[in-house]
Design a protein around this ligand. Structure first.
Ligand code: AMP
Length: 289
């Protein structure tokens, strides 16, 4: 495993591998790696000849006043964790390597990136789409791996790749969770012990919604009301958004029928914003739209 900080050096290292016909997998991350990230790494290693893991806390996806400075970082620990996998390159550029000049060219998928979390975090998905495009251009991967946890991010990237005919296959990896259901996140270390315990309510609410749909509930408002009541019963949770959407378009669903739906939740615990999601197969008891 080789750590590379320069774009030119990474390109030079990958070129002969690509010429030799080896497949290249990319796992973009912001570091402070946990088992969720490592599930992506493991999958990439199993499916690709060469694997590049990137570690870059991308400033352009944080708005002023968000947690860019507080975002946890531990490059030495990350390298240690990655050394357990057959990763070829860890690309950990500086901000000035990625953005030597103020950017003038951007990529965005809109309106997909403006709704839901995009409403709470204006410009966030433009920052994500732009940095992911830049990483795709640097690495030119055959496959790139993303977590379902960041479901809207996955939808934005899939749409960007389709609309702009990018030659990369997007692979979605299921969310890795703690024993109590809390989705692993680099931000979890910033939770107080009380908030950490309380945060499991999000996964409980998603389970509850899934169970209702599985039992035949076809009315999204009833599902969402039950989930909202569960979350609001936890005084430490400050619910920011709760939605039930079509998994591909993220458009609102008026009736749950045979098609899958995704439940999306965001909530603050103290100043830490957590997000979670769950895709549920439809049910054959509701009315098919
Ligand atoms: P981040 O470092 O938060 O930008 O995440 C990097 C990648 O890891 C993204 O594709 C995330 O969706 C994915 N990821 C983060 N947490 C998890 C998790 N608990 N399970 C699976 N994938 C995750």
């Amino acid at each position: 495993m080789q750590r590379i900080d320069q774009i030119a050096a990474l390109r030079a290292a990958l070129a002969p591998m690509r010429r030799a016909g080896e497949t290249i997998g990319l796992v973009p991350t912001m570091g402070y790696l946990h088992d969720g990230h490592l599930a992506l790494v493991e999958r990439a290693c199993a499916e690709c000849d060469r694997v590049v893991v990137t570690i870059f806390v991308n400033p352009t996806q944080f708005a002023p006043g968000e947690d860019l400075d507080a975002y946890p970082r531990d490059l030495a620990g990350d390298l240690e964790r990655l050394s357990a996998y057959p990763v070829d390159f860890v690309f950990a550029p500086t901000v000035s390597e990625m953005y030597p000049e103020p950017m003038q060219a951007f990529v965005a998928a809109e309106p997909l990136g403006d709704i839901l979390i995009g409403e709470q975090r204006p410009g966030h998905f433009r920052g994500v789409a732009t940095v992911v495009t830049k990483l795709f251009n640097i690495v030119q991967p055959d496959r790139a791996y993303f977590g379902e946890k960041d479901f809207q991010q996955l939808a934005v990237i899939r749409r960007m790749v389709a609309d702009l005919a990018m030659a990369v296959e997007i692979v979605a990896v299921p969310t890795v969770r703690e024993a109590d259901g809390l989705a692993l996140s680099s931000r979890n270390v910033r939770l107080s012990p009380e908030d950490r315990a309380a945060a499991a309510v999000l996964a409980r609410a998603l389970d509850e919604g899934a169970a209702m749909i599985g039992a035949g509930e076809g009315d999204p408002d009833r599902v969402l009301a039950a989930m909202r009541a569960t979350i609001e019963a936890e005084p430490r949770a400050n619910l920011r958004s709760l939605d039930l959407r079509d998994p591909a378009t993220l458009a609102p669903v008026t009736r749950i029928g045979a098609r899958p739906v995704v439940m999306l939740v965001t909530a603050n615990f103290g100043d830490v914003l957590l997000i979670d999601q769950r895709v549920v197969e439809g049910n054959d008891k509701g009315v098919t739209p």
